[in-house]
Design a protein around this ligand. Sequence first.
Ligand code: URA
Ligand code: URA
Length: 245
Amino acid sequence: MPENLKQELQEALAQSRSFFEDLRNLGVTAVPVAELPAELPPCPPDVCGIDRGGSAVCRAETLDEIRADLGDCQRCPLCRGRKQVVFGVGNPHARVVFVGEAPGREEDEQGEPFVGEAGRLLDRILFAMGLAREDVYICNVVKCRPPGNRDPLPEEIAPCEPFLRRQLAAIEPEVIVTLGRFAAQSLLDDQAAISSLRGKWHQYQGIDLLPTYHPAYLLRTPAAKREVWEDMKQVIKRLRESRIG
Ligand code: URA
Ligand code: URA
């Protein structure tokens, strides 16, 4: 904490202490306190970020507030080629968040992640896990479609990353599942091959993260579905354990 802020806090504390001591000396034994306003201000991300440290003076941001802050985003060149920002979809209190790479053509058209062929396969994977799309939250590392579906560039990921971080902090899921090489490498800041990252537990912002293959890869390589199912069984097990614990 900066020295001048510390000094200001100490002074404010000393002033309120002497205020209450004065009241006590006047014989006051109780102070009527108004109800706290229902709407506390959201936690400014640049102050508290993801670690709100149990602060009682501000609350976590909501997904709607993060979406409003993103606005008609012009923070990177992808805004020029996109039709719309694809923010994310699903349960704001999801226990599991799936993170893909970036919107493709259909996602850019519809404004929703994973609505194309890969998305339909993701829906089937969710169904097999006993989950519906509405139970989980689905989003991408990058919120705008890269031209020709190329991999997003570092200068496109960098301005987008804080928004994903804030979404995950707002949702506070128990498990993050990254889909494919790109999302795993980005969130873990690790260039290791997806074949070695997948199926092992990692952490992102203190949240358990399990990388698995991308459903688009499964469409090309159906034999890999078996490994994805092994990974999803680990997710189901982790969720069951945390319910009991
Ligand atoms: N692939 C992704 O990585 N994300 C989508 O939203 C769709 C396809
Ligand atoms: N390559 C990728 O980019 N993703 C996968 O899931 C598998 C191979």
